[in-house]
Every structure is written in C-alpha cells, then in structure tokens.
Design a protein around this ligand. Structure first.
Ligand code: HXC
Length: 262
C-alpha cells in the first residue's frame, strides 16, 4: 500500500525512490498537534523505520503551516495530573528514536510544539515565509516538548531566552543565520529542496547513515535527557496555574489574556 490511511496525516512511503513523505493534515487548525495526530505520526515513523525501501523521511505541513503548536483546545481544561497520566511525551520520545534521518520541510508557522517537532527532526529546510517561535508563554505555559533544550542548543542562550520569554517569532532568514535551520528557499521550492537533500542522503549506505545519525545525536543530546525531564515537570506545573486556564481560554475566546500570577 503506498498511501496508508490515517485521520490527521498523509503518508506516502514511496514518495520518491527511497524517500517517504509524511504530511501533517489538519489544515483548518493550522496543523495543531492533537494527541491522535502525534500517535499517528509515531506509528507512521515506526512503520517507515521498518520499511527497507525507505532511506530518508520528510515531514511537512502545507504552505500556511508546518504546525501552529500542540492543540490548545484539547489542552485547555487539563490539569497537571491529567497531563502526567496522558503521558504524551512517551510519543515524542519514540519519534525522537527514529533511526532513519528525518527532514522537516517547513512553510508558514512552526510554533510551540510545531517548532519543537521541526527541531526533533534532524534537518530543517524552510520556505522564505516560514516563522519559528515558542509562543507558549503568551498562553500562560512554557514549552514542554524540548523547546527550552533544543532551541537553546541551536540558537544559543540569549536568543532562546528572548524567544521563550517573549514568544516572539523569527523568520526563516534569521533562523538560518542563527543555525536553527539548514536552508531557506523561495516558497514554492521548499519541498523540492527537502527532496534534493533527501536524495543525496539516500545514495549513501543506510547502515552508515543510521550509525552516523545516532552519533551526531549523541553529541547533541548528552545531558539532554536530564533537561527534557526537568522541562517536562515544569511544563506540567504550569497547568496547576489559573494563568494557564486564563491564557488558553482567552485564545479560544479570541481575547487578550489577563494574567494574575496565580
Ligand atoms: C488549537 C489552533 C492552534 C493551536 C491555531 N488554531 N493554532 N487550535 N491549537 N495551537 C486554530 C485557531 O483556533 C483557528 O480555529 C484556526 O486554527 C486558524 O487560526 P487563527 O488564529 O484564526 O489564524 P491567524 O489569525 O492567522 O493566526 C495564526 C497564529 C495563531 C498566529 C498561528 O493561530 C496562534 O497564535 N496560534 C496559537 C499558537 C500557539 O500558541 N502555539 C503554542 C501552543 S502550546 P477557529 O476554529 O477559531 O477558526 C504548545 C505546547 C507544546 O504547543 C507542549 C508539548 C506538546
């Protein structure tokens, strides 16, 4: 089967020779990452990892959005213990363990969990209109899927601090200059460019590629595990605040939040 059926993603295992494509597919919600979508993504990546024909995987969204973050409407009413029990990060941990290289082809918004998902991939190709950010702070929470750890490693402390504490977005050009992404191309070319990179990788020995990916990640991630767990506890903790309810409720009601520090 070349086109497996999922609800929120489209998967083409044989998009091109040795190259699989996963398209996040909740366009009306700007590809907000609900729990089901993430489970599907985990399953699809596990399948592609087992598929001997596949040597490189591209994850993309659409022109408007790679993903505008975790699904705020799904999280709004949750408390810290609900999140602890749902344990969505087990899914993220599995995605991170994918053995084959993954390229994120990003256009439009890559925000919050969307930026974190792009950073969980191994390389990022972006269109000129791509926007990266960790705007969680604006809804009374903080990043929870690696944002404080991976963004800091990628762009350095000062810029990561500014982005995480103010929620400001950066454009593709700035993201490139700061080392967050590999390449910026005109809007109509971002997927082609990702395929070009994937093709180059797909020509190499899949065994050497797997071991080399694992080794680069080792350099990047020493100490990351500890950071991720630390971040996760604090993320859960933000859901004990009234400000989280206010921030998310204000988003849903399309008004400005009034944070009180409770
Ligand atoms: C749920 C979302 C959403 C999200 C957008 N939508 N982002 N729904 N969760 N993260 C929905 C909107 O409610 C709206 O639905 C539709 O998508 C279109 O969005 P608009 O806001 O109308 O579009 P626009 O005015 O162009 O603004 C785009 C935007 C804005 C700037 C990206 O949507 C926005 O600020 N989104 C939230 C970004 C964010 O805070 N992300 C972090 C989430 S927390 P309706 O039905 O109203 O038309 C997070 C934590 C991760 O990611 C933790 C670990 C998993």
């Amino acid at each position: 089967m070349t086109h497996m059926e999922y609800q929120f993603i489209l998967v083409e295992p044989a998009f091109q020779k040795h190259i699989a494509l996963i398209r996040l597919n909740r366009p009306k919600e700007l590809n907000a990452l609900n729990l089901q979508l993430m489970l599907e993504l985990k399953q699809a990546l596990a399948n592609l990892d087992q598929n001997e024909e596949v040597r490189c995987i591209i994850i993309t969204g659409n022109e408007q959005a790679f993903a505008a973050g975790a699904d705020i409407k799904q999280m709004e009413s949750k408390n810290s213990i609900d999140l602890l029990k749902i344990d969505q990060f087990e899914t993220w941990d599995q995605i991170r363990k994918t053995k084959k290289p993954i390229i994120a082809a990003v256009s439009g918004f890559a925000l919050g969990g969307g930026c974190e998902l792009a950073m969980t991939c191994d390389m990022i190709i972006a269109s000129e209109s791509a926007k990266f950010g960790q705007p969680e702070i604006k809804i009374g929470i903080m990043p929870g899927a690696g944002g404080t750890q991976r963004l800091t490693r990628a762009v350095g402390k000062a810029m990561a601090m500014e982005m995480v504490l103010t929620g400001k977005f950066i454009g593709a050009e700035e993201a490139k200059n700061r080392g967050l992404i590999n390449k910026v191309v005109p809007d109509e070319l971002y997927l082609d460019e990702a395929v070009k990179l994937a093709k180059e990788i797909a020509q190499m020995s899949p065994v050497a590629i797997q071991l080399a990916k694992e080794s680069v990640l080792k350099a990047f991630e020493s100490g990351l595990q500890e950071g991720l767990y630390f971040e996760r506890k604090n993320f859960y903790l933000t859901f004990a605040s009234e400000d989280q309810k206010e921030g998310m409720n204000a988003f849903v009601e399309k008004r400005k939040p009034n944070f009180k520090g409770n």
